[in-house]
Design a protein around this ligand. Structure first.
Ligand SMILES: [Zn+2]
Length: 95
């Protein structure tokens, strides 16, 4: 990790905290000893959907949820459950 002050490539991690979805790291430069913070996140999975007409489309979780919701909207059971479960769960990834 490059130091933002002196461009040194050498630094050590002095603190690491998982903030839910990403990791915040407190680093200290080995050259100038100044401290800086970095955030580490996992790259999103590159999932492609191949549609029935052969075209590729980026996987979109919201689009799936939307499609299922629309398909099931007419059943009263679904509406009831959806009201009970409330807002969509936060999609944090733990490692
Ligand atoms: Zn430095």
């Amino acid at each position: 990790m490059q130091c933002p002050y002196c461009d040194s490539q050498s630094s050590k991690v002095i603190d690491s905290r998982d903030t839910g979805g990403n990791v915040r790291r407190r680093r200290e430069c080995s050259e100038c000893e100044r401290r800086f913070t970095t955030y580490e996140t996992a790259e999103k999975l590159d999932i492609k959907i191949i549609k029935s007409d052969g075209t590729e489309e980026q996987f979109d979780e919201n689009k799936i949820i939307e499609g299922v919701t629309r398909a099931a909207e007419k059943t009263s059971q679904w509406t009831k459950q959806r009201n009970l479960s409330g807002a969509k769960k936060k999609s944090g990834q733990r490692r």
